[in-house]
Design a protein around this ligand. Structure first.
Ligand code: PEP
Ligand code: MG
Length: 313
């Protein structure tokens, strides 16, 4: 049926508003994210696999804030070869260059199983052998990933990020692995990346509570709010029956984030958010007020998040 005059006006206004929004987003497509008082907040992208970078649609971003390396390990029944790993890391590093890419080391366990690792069935896999624990328990796989990363980053810079950290000793052990890999590359005369920064994900209440200590050991933090919410609220993030309790806006989660930022800044460390909450524009202003340095979000959310930052006082 034909719209009447009032309906016609309403539709026209909707169209005008949408056009105006598209134009204002277009203007900031290639701008940096500054708040009105001149504070620069980095907006980066989360990458699940190299082809995700096709979805950035000409929108400028400040690097890869979280490259989840699991896709390489989960896409086949066999462990990826060193050559396959080097090719995948190189592809992303080169696409994002000169901006940096933060590669998260293998984060399986929990709900992600790798048959070829012979992982044992666990009663509580999310509280079990996952993330950095599992990597340190499988030194061959871990060293091979570090080696591939170092070779792939040759001549460029590289940020390596460890998942599910709960203690300083996990960082110390990882540094020992990295040093061992460097030594063997030196001995074989293989060129590798010399500009490496080591960071960790803050995803557990333990890491939050000792964030000031952890900040002395690494160069950056990125807050994984998906896991941090599940561990703080004791709610399985996969259990849809508990969705009404899974509340990342819970004051306890927000205080965890604030404490992490304070712990990082106490030692002059950079801190970002790479969990889903980083893209929640209802909280962007609050994160900036808390002192966040970086938000890493899905490619489709870069523009809305940057727009929110630019609107802020
Ligand atoms: C997180 O836990 O917030 C996170 C980014 O890691 P993942 O979702 O891959 O567990
Ligand atoms: Mg996580």
């Amino acid at each position: 049926c034909e719209p009447d005059g009032v309906e016609e006006q309403r539709l026209k206004k909707l169209l005008d508003d949408e056009r105006e929004l598209a134009q204002s987003l277009d203007k900031i497509k290639s701008a940096d994210a500054y708040t009105a008082d001149g504070e620069r907040i980095a907006v980066l992208v989360n990458i699940g696999k190299p082809s995700d970078l096709k979805n950035t649609d000409g929108v400028k971003f400040d690097g890869g804030g979280l490259f989840r390396s699991e896709f390489l390990y989960q896409s086949s029944d066999k462990k990826p070869t060193e050559a396959e790993q080097i090719a995948a890391y190189k592809e992303v590093i080169e696409k994002v260059y000169p901006n940096p890419v933060t590669v998260r080391t293998l984060d399986v366990g929990g709900d992600k199983e790798l048959k070829y690792l012979g992982m044992k069935k666990e009663e509580n896999p999310f509280l079990g052998n996952r993330g950095i624990r599992l990597c340190l328990a499988n030194p061959d796989i871990f060293s091979e990933q570090i080696r591939s990363l170092l070779i792939a980053g040759e001549g460029k810079s590289l940020k390596i990020m460890l998942p599910m950290v709960t203690s300083v000793s996990e960082i110390d052990k990882t540094r020992t692995v990295i040093d061992g890999v460097k030594k063997s590359l030196d001995e074989s005369g293989t060129a590798y990346c010399t500009d490496i920064r080591l960071g960790i994900m803050i995803e557990t209440p333990a890491a939050v509570m000792i964030s000031d200590k952890l900040a002395e050991e690494v160069e950056f933090f990125s807050i994984g709010t998906n896991d941090l919410t599940q561990y703080t609220l004791a709610i399985d993030r996969q259990n849809s029956k508990l969705d009404r309790f899974y509340n990342p806006h819970h004051e306890a989660v927000l205080r965890m984030i604030q404490r992490t930022i304070d712990g990082a800044h106490k030692h002059g460390r950079w801190v970002g958010i790479c969990g889903e909450l980083g893209a929640d524009t209802a909280l962007t202003e609050r994160f900036v007020q808390m002192g966040i340095d970086e938000l890493s979000v899905a490619p489709s959310m870069v523009l809305p998040v940057r727009s929110k930052i630019c609107e802020m006082e």
